[in-house]
Structures are given as structure tokens and as C-alpha cells.
Design a protein around this ligand. Structure first.
Ligand SMILES: [Zn+2]
Length: 377
């Protein structure tokens, strides 16, 4: 088992949710602490609040992973009578590192809004409000034919060879590989000083540039050669669109009102806010942006959503939504706490692949600032 250094964990997170995807001035990324810290215990949270920091202290946490940046607003002083400043001081006093993946994780494939779309059981999920395109690369690797299957399998598992609704896509062609091991070599096939000719397979796969390191690492781990030969080439192909929101179809059309009930049950909510002139209209196409996505409602309409789900809808934006004829469900921003389960599961996968000596735990704190009080009369 290997020690995990904070910078290695950060590199893995940024490969999954590249920083180039972040919105404007979003202070996503490294927040507080040391990048060279040995990480043995990670706490996964939606928000970094004083009660979460106390939970981290109690559990001897080294690294806090959060969705929402802790230093969202710049500190103007470090007067510790301010609870936010006191929290920063507690983090530093206990030598904890804090990292946040925010709007880059919202947009990332397999990130926040994909998790929410999956929780809502949406089908044919596509991004909406497209702002970026994913860069693609091609990897060609030369393998002795005995190891072609295991290499193809490793490439697929690492996320190479995904084309639309197809996975494990690759092209293989046979040929002859020639090499001559030098005295210092420890060849898998052949002997030092003797020219060798081996039947090899050239395996070609397409992969997202963001997964380059993970795919190379997976290929190198199973390739039998001391010096595997491969080519990694940037492509000018039509690339996958990336946007902050997701849009998809419901399994069974249902009314806006029934869908609102379904959202309550899915996210275990006490209640939600519905903005609709037509609560009995049938819903087929649903768009979602986890938190504070009011400003994206015109693009949700453009993308032909019958219903838009987002948090923190502002009063006047609600009026504009009604006037535009869009039904909107505001389930609150806290549905993004799905990050705790999803990110912990991802981290667990990475731990196994990389053989890291680390424990990931979900924060038990509910950081929703709102409580609903129902009128008893
Ligand atoms: Zn949020």
C-alpha cells in the first residue's frame, strides 16, 4: 500500500473535473492548507461549516473534500471573533487541507448534474447550456498478441474507447515488432544482443484528453514489456459538448404536480417550491442544474424542457419563468449533498486502483440552513 500525498489526490480530482471547466470567477480548487501533506483520512462534504470542521477534528481528518468552496468570499481580516475566520484558524491549527471542486464538477461528465439526472431516472441525458467541448486523443499501443486482450480490457476500464452509447471500442491490427535488447535490459521476450521479431498487435482507442493519465497508467500496469511502445495523438474530431446542466426524458410522462411529489421522495425533502401556471401539464423532458441555476432557465427552455429543476430561484426570476411558460421545481440547494455518497464511491474506486493507504468518510452533518415550519392552523 502506498502513502497518499494531498497533491496526488488533487491531481486525480482535477483529472476527473478539469479546472478549465470552471465558471468565470468561481474560486474552485485548492482552498487551505498544504499540498505536500500525507493524507490518511478524508472527509467528504457538501459545505465546509464550523460543525463540519469540528467533525473533521473529532475524526482526525487530514483532508476535507467539499463541493462548495470554503473561501467563497475573500477574507478582509483574520479577526477570530468572526466565525468564518475562526473556522479557517481551526483548519490551519489542525493541519488540515481543504479542497473544493465546484462548477468544474457540476459540468464534468459523471459529475454533479449527471448524478442528479441519474437520481431523477432521466433517460437520453445530454448537456444543456453548452460552453465547452471535450478534447479527444488517440492512443495506439503495440502489444505482444498474448497480452492484447488484457490491455484492451484495461484501456476500456480506464475510460478509453467510449463512443456515444458504445464502450470498449478499439481497433486492432497484427504486425511484426522488432527490437534488440541492450546489455542492461531485462526483456520480457528475447535476449541481450540478439535481434528479435515478435508478432504484435497494434491497439488503437479514442479517449478524452482529461483521462489521458489514468488510461496510460492502466495500460502500463498490464503491458508486459519493459519499454512499451505507444503513440498519443491529439485529435481534431467533433468533440463531446460540455455544459453545466443536464436534460433528459422521463420514463413515464406524469403531471408537473406528480413530478414535484416524485422529486420530494427522491431527495427525501420536507417540501419544495413549485413555479408553474400548469401544474396538470404532462412532463416528458426535464432539465436540471443542482444549485442556483435560475439564470440558466432561458437555455433550459431553448433546449425544449417541459420542466426545469434548480435551487435558489430568486423571486423576480420566478416571475420571469412563469411569464415564459416554463414550469420550475426548486427543491433547494441541499439536494447537492448527493456529492457525499457519489464522491466517496469514486474516491473508493481510485483508492483500489492506486493502492492508496487512506480512508474516505462521508460527513454526517446536514448543512442545509433551512427548516420548513408548516402553518398549524
Ligand atoms: Zn451548489
Amino acid at each position: 500500500m502506498g502513502q497518499l500525498i494531498a497533491s496526488d489526490l488533487i491531481a486525480a480530482i482535477e483529472e476527473y473535473a478539469p479546472l478549465v471547466l470552471k465558471e468565470g470567477n468561481d474560486p474552485t480548487g485548492f482552498q487551505i492548507g498544504r499540498r505536500d501533506k500525507v493524507v490518511k483520512k478524508v472527509l467528504v462534504t457538501l459545505d465546509v461549516r464550523p460543525e463540519v470542521v469540528q467533525e473533521a477534528i473529532d475524526n482526525e481528518i487530514d483532508f476535507i473534500f467539499a463541493h462548495h468552496p470554503v473561501m467563497f468570499r475573500p477574507a478582509r481580516n483574520l479577526d477570530l471573533s468572526d466565525p468564518q475566520n475562526k473556522m479557517y484558524a481551526d483548519i490551519l491549527t489542525h493541519d488540515m487541507t481543504v479542497y473544493a471542486a465546484h462548477t468544474n464538477l457540476d459540468k464534468a461528465q459523471g459529475g454533479m448534474n449527471d448524478w442528479l439526472a441519474a437520481a431523477l431516472a432521466l433517460k437520453n441525458v445530454q448537456p444543456f447550456n453548452v460552453t465547452d467541448y471535450e478534447a479527444l486523443m488517440k492512443l495506439a499501443v503495440f502489444v505482444p498478441e498474448t497480452h492484447a486482450d488484457v490491455v484492451r480490457q484495461a484501456l476500456g476500464q480506464a475510460g478509453a474507447g467510449e463512443l456515444g452509447n458504445y464502450q470498449n471500442c478499439s481497433f486492432s491490427a497484427e504486425g511484426t515488432g522488432r527490437f534488440e535488447p541492450q546489455t542492461a535490459a531485462d526483456p520480457f521476450i528475447g535476449q541481450a544482443g540478439q535481434a528479435e521479431a515478435v508478432t504484435e498487435v497494434k491497439i488503437e482507442v479514442i479517449l478524452p484528453a482529461a483521462k489521458k493519465n489514468r488510461v496510460l497508467k492502466a495500460m502500463l500496469a498490464v503491458h508486459p514489456y519493459e519499454e512499451p511502445a505507444y503513440e498519443l495523438i491529439p485529435l481534431a474530431n467533433q468533440q463531446q459538448p460540455i455544459g453545466i446542466g443536464r436534460i433528459g426524458q422521463v420514463d413515464q410522462p406524469m403531471t408537473v404536480r406528480d413530478y414535484a411529489q416524485f422529486v420530494c421522495e427522491t431527495f427525501d425533502l420536507t417540501g419544495l417550491r413549485l413555479i408553474s401556471n400548469e401544474p396538470d401539464k404532462l412532463v416528458e423532458t426535464v432539465a436540471v442544474v443542482g444549485g442556483d441555476g435560475g439564470k440558466f432557465f432561458p437555455t433550459a427552455l431553448q433546449a425544449k424542457a417541459d420542466l426545469y429543476i434548480t435551487g435558489d430561484v430568486y423571486y423576480h426570476t420566478g416571475h420571469d419563468m412563469l411569464a415564459a411558460g416554463l414550469s420550475v421545481i426548486d427543491p433547494g440547494h441541499h439536494i447537492e449533498s448527493i456529492v457525499k455518497t457519489k464522491m466517496t464511491a469514486l474516491f473508493e474506486e481510485w483508492r483500489q486502483i492506486n493502492d492508496w493507504q487512506v480512508t474516505f468518510i462521508k460527513s454526517q452533518q446536514k448543512t442545509d440552513p433551512f427548516t420548513f415550519i408548516f402553518n398549524a392552523k
